[in-house]
Structures are given as structure tokens and as C-alpha cells.
Design a protein around this ligand. Structure first.
Ligand SMILES: Nc1ncnc2c1ncn2[C@@H]1O[C@H](COP(=O)(O)OP(=O)(O)OP(=O)(O)O)[C@@H](O)[C@H]1O
Length: 240
């Protein structure tokens, strides 16, 4: 379903502090001084089958979030190809990538980024609200998803009145609103207590059992037991 071939991602770092670089034994003039390059991904080959639950682990700065953003079409690789269902996403126009992202990918981040001025149900409906008007069946779906994440009857509450774990579940319900086949989660249980984290992982497991593909970045080794496979990344390279 998802295949990355030779994916690299290089960021331009800050100016390197005025120190002169030497290229082929000669000082590089100031006006050509190069920015430091950060190789966040340094040649990733990865295949993820439909219906898999993959955990991505690695030390801080190893490239996990970058990898997730490339898989999620939020960021274009510097080199390499990203195939989703056999189509190379790097060859598409930005508009088409955005469209596919909206239809096929749900994101859950560590910080749920709910809109405080909206109530819980409206937050779940946000992807629809942004596209146009909300129908009665959209509202029913939002309520069904809220029930699914254990927040029945909280639809009318202001989102900021919810606890961190509850807000995270609203974010999951929002990610599921468009029924995407692929769920990407970056530290979805970060800063949650153990019990709440386990509940969240239980939800992910059930979604996988229903056929969704789940890719999750985590620091927490104990959570990898929910995944079928753990991919370890170090300095932008997958450890084998
Ligand atoms: N937009 C950016 N501009 C410049 N450098 C970046 C950018 N995003 C990430 N980096 C760098 O790329 C490397 C990989 O970052 P990334 O966020 O993917 O790591 P990570 O494994 O998710 O780390 P953490 O576990 O701390 O969140 C780091 O050295 C980071 O500083």
C-alpha cells in the first residue's frame, strides 16, 4: 500500500556561525558560505502493507516525525519516491497531493490542536466545516465517532473544558471523520497517564482490526506490543 524508495530529506540548517568552509582546499568566500545541511532522512526504503500497524521508534532527532510527514504527504522528500497504492506521490501536483491527503489520511498528533472557540462536535466536524456546509448525517457521524472514543454526550462542551486525554480522543474522532484508510499518529499518547494511553492504543488496535493501516511514532517501547512491526530509525536510516 505504501512504499518508500530511496527517500532522503535534507533541511538547510542555520548559517554555520560565520566559520569559513573549505572546499577542495580553498576557503569559500563569505558570499558563498553554505548553510549547514541536516540529513533528516538519509535513504529510506520501507514498505507498509494495507492493514498493518507499524510503530516507528528511534532516538530524538533520528527522523521519525520527518518520516511520518513524508508518508503523510505533508512534506516532499528531497530525493526518492513515495508510492501509495502504486502511484508515485512525488510526481503529483501539490493540489492533487492535498486532495489525496484529505481523503485518505487521518492525522493524530501529540498536541490535539482543537479550536477553543468551537465545541467538541464542531471540532470533530472541522474537516467538513472547512470544505462547506455540514449535513445532518455528518452531525450523526460525528456523534457516533464521539461515542466510539468514549465521549458520548460531550459534543456540546467547549473543547478547552476537556482533559488532555479527552482532547486527544476528540482529535482521533476528527481524524476518523473522513473515514481514511491510513492513520498516522505522532506520539499520540505523549504526556498521557498509563491507563489513558492504553485506552488510546486499544482504540488504534480496534481500528486496525477493522482494516485501517496505522503508522505510529512513539518513544514508549511498551506501546510497540500493539503494533505488528516495529521499525527502528537512527540518524535518518532504518536499522536492520
Ligand atoms: N523544518 C526543519 N528545518 C530544519 N531542520 C529540521 C526541520 N525539521 C526537522 N529538522 C531536523 O531534522 C532532524 C530530524 O528531526 P525529526 O523531527 O524528524 O526527529 P524525531 O526523530 O521526530 O525527533 P523527536 O523524537 O525529538 O521528535 C533533526 O536534526 C531536526 O533538527
Amino acid at each position: 500500500m505504501i512504499e518508500l524508495l530511496g527517500v532522503t530529506k535534507t533541511y538547510q540548517g542555520p548559517w554555520n556561525g560565520g566559520s569559513r568552509e573549505r572546499v577542495r582546499g580553498r576557503d569559500v568566500p563569505d558570499y558563498l558560505e553554505r548553510k549547514r545541511q541536516i540529513h533528516a532522512l538519509a535513504g529510506i526504503d520501507l514498505r507498509i502493507e494495507q492493514g498493518e500497524f507499524v510503530a516507528i521508534m528511534g532516538p530524538s532527532g533520528s527522523g521519525k516525525s520527518t518520516l511520518l510527514s513524508v508518508i503523510g504527504l505533508l512534506s516532499q522528500p528531497t530525493e526518492g519516491a513515495v508510492f501509495i497504492d502504486g502511484r508515485d506521490m512525488t510526481q503529483l501536483r501539490e493540489r492533487e497531493r492535498t486532495r489525496l491527503r484529505a481523503r485518505r489520511i487521518g492525522f493524530v498528533f501529540q498536541f490535539p490542536s482543537l479550536v477553543n472557540t468551537l465545541n467538541v462536535r464542531e471540532n470533530v466536524l472541522l474537516p467538513i466545516l472547512l470544505r462547506g456546509s455540514v449535513t445532518k448525517s455528518d452531525r450523526m457521524r460525528a456523534d457516533a465517532l464521539l461515542a466510539r472514543v468514549g465521549l458520548t454526550d460531550r459534543g456540546e462542551d467547549r473543547s478547552f473544558t476537556l482533559s488532555g486525554g479527552e482532547q486527544r480522543r476528540v482529535a482521533l474522532a476528527r481524524a476518523l471523520m473522513g473515514d481514511p484508510p491510513l492513520l498516522l499518529a505522532d506520539e499520540p499518547t505523549g504526556a498521557l497517564d498509563e491507563e489513558t494511553a492504553e485506552e488510546m492504543m486499544g482504540l488504534f488496535s480496534r481500528l486496525q482490526a477493522e482494516g485501517k493501516t496505522v503508522v505510529m511514532v512513539t518513544h514508549d517501547r511498551s506501546l510497540t506490543r500493539y503494533a505488528n512491526r516495529t521499525v527502528k530509525i537512527q540518524s535518518g536510516v532504518i536499522e536492520t
